[in-house]
Design a binder for this molecule. Structure first.
Ligand code: AKG
Length: 261
């Protein structure tokens, strides 16, 4: 097996299998993050004239908070940012991320979708604990998200929280008509607060129970979430997202050339 891995160590693979998530600290260099933050700043500021299939969601500032000047329109979410330009195409086909997905999910990786989830100042997460699976069912639960953090993201500053090993219990019962898992079902003391720095990536399996944190600070927290799946996992939710199903590896071979080398 070891000679077949493209990027990750066997310890990282073992840890992902046990926990269902893997925190890759310092995945992107300071230079890469400078460019990513520049591109991202343009994405959330220049919101007009974008491809029609890209969408933005804006948040009203709660009392006592005002937008972070880096994200002046308080963009809280986006779908299909890979359509924005060549940079954002290369961002989801990034060979190291795709290699990591290949090491964790299997030899044949497809793209699933790309979105942005920000936590502007005063953001509170209404969604609560959930698995991504009920939102994006496939013939097999062979999907994972790569969350790239653009800001320091600590507890009470929008940190993601996850429940280690929760993916091993299959689909969790949810509150009626919502995909939210009741707080009472989350065992005390087991949740992990993912304290992330800019350039960190969290890879999280589709069955892991997790939630986005609130942001009680004056600084917005920004994250890009790209999801990937195996070619064997067939879409059952009618995925119309940009580049859905794009083949990224076959037999552990990277398929996608870079637009910008
Ligand atoms: O934004 C986060 O911290 C977690 C994202 C999340 O819960 C989701 O996209 O399902």
């Amino acid at each position: 097996m070891s000679e077949e891995r493209l990027l990750l160590t066997s310890e990282q693979r073992t840890s992902f299998d046990a926990d269902g998530f893997l925190h890759l600290r310092g995945f992107y260099s300071a230079e890469e993050m400078e460019e990513m933050r520049r591109q991202f700043g343009a994405l959330v500021t220049d919101t007009e004239g974008r491809p029609k299939n890209m969408s933005y969601a804006f948040m009203d500032s709660p009392e006592g908070y005002r937008p972070d000047p880096y994200n002046p329109k308080n963009v809280v979410g986006m779908m299909d940012q890979p359509l924005a330009n060549d940079y954002w195409f290369d961002q989801f086909t990034e060979p190291r991320i795709v290699s990591a997905m290949c090491d964790l999910l299997g030899p044949n990786i497809d793209f699933h979708n790309g979105k942005v989830r920000n936590k502007p100042p005063g953001f509170t997460c209404e969604q609560g604990w959930h698995q991504d699976w009920p939102y994006e069912r496939h013939s097999l639960p062979e999907l994972a998200a790569a969350i790239t953090y653009l800001d320091p993201t600590d507890f009470e500053a929008g940190a993601t929280e996850a429940l280690p090993g929760s993916h091993l219990r299959g689909e969790w019962p949810t509150e009626e008509s919502r995909h939210t898992i009741p707080d009472a079902d989350i065992p005390d003391g087991e949740r992990v607060v993912v304290r992330a720095e800019p350039g960190d990536v969290l890879i999280i399996h589709v069955l892991v129970v997790h939630r986005a944190g609130h942001n009680y600070t004056a600084r917005a927290r920004h994250a890009i979430i790209n999801e990937y799946k195996t070619a064997e996992a067939v879409d059952q939710w009618n995925n119309r997202c940009a580049f859905a199903g794009l083949p990224l590896t076959r037999n552990r071979r990277l398929m996608m050339p870079r637009v910008h080398a």
